[in-house]
Design a protein around this ligand. Sequence first.
Ligand code: F6P
Length: 342
Amino acid sequence: MRVGVLTGGGDCPGLNAVMRAVVRKGVQEYDYRFTGFRDGWRGPLEGDAVQLDIPAVRGTLPRGGTILGSSRTNPFSVENGVRLIEENLAKFEVDALIAIGGEDTLGVAARLTEEHGLRCVGVPKTIDNDLCATDYTFGFDTAVHVATEAIDRLHTTAESHMRVLVVEVMGRHAGWIALHSGLAGGANCILIPEQPFDVERVCDYVESRFKASYAPIVVVAEGAVPRDGTMVLKDDSLDSFGHVRLSGVGEWLAKEIEQRTGKEARTTVLGHTQRGGTPSAFDRWLATRFGLHAIEAVHDQAWGSMVALRGTEVVRVPLAEATDGIKTVPPELYQEVSVFFG
Ligand code: F6P
């Protein structure tokens, strides 16, 4: 059996750990051969492939990014995309495909399996931790660590200058990174996409923090929206899955705070630092377990399935579940954390 592997969508720490586990177990226990497709769905679409064997994955466990490269290519928006993929899989004699990605990459794998009979198994990833089908995705824990460390550092400089520091973190539709890092980093206010915010309320929190002789830290997810406004976009461009580019709400908010309170406010946008660098121990553990279970799913011919974490167990769920909706922060959890605001 020859198995193709690809990593699609935004990269995230732990992708290499998944592939290392897939290849190690696949070669050692089942005598499989592997082909790595470059840059997500672009690889099988254009026939861009490399050999993936044990030497190729050696030493990659702590390495961030993906040795195969990634892209947001959508084969369904390319003319004859499915036919090209089928031709290239046949050319490289690939019998099955492991797709490692978020809702877009896995959504393509689900459609290829259901509508075209391809033999796909999925592995979920996203630093946003917003896939319904799994309790946690790898990459999230690392992103939270990066953001928490940044918030810790920002406290001391904010105190020295007694100014407001707004920290913008990733999180398009779900505020998990903001919530976890904001709580762990002792932020005075956390703003998430699920809860449109009132700027006046944020300013009240800022004022009350200054009254207590401390400098406020406001953590805002890039997808957070003011109650009386719209999402702040970087520009008008869309990727091939139709997603807008975010970032800008932090800058906008700092200006509003300055104007309304008269206090100096600055913004730090953490951006891709949250996606880069070495994965945390938890993410290496989870990614490795996902890889081991994914190759087992291939061995069991469980086409159209995806590995997922439920509690502490790695289970198999239908690939289609990956696109079943976004896992958002429940209002009661946000409410629980809000005791620390102000
Ligand atoms: O989906 C993961 C994610 O990191 C989002 O949090 C963020 O909005 C997006 O990717 C950024 O994508 P890109 O790197 O393609 O701009």
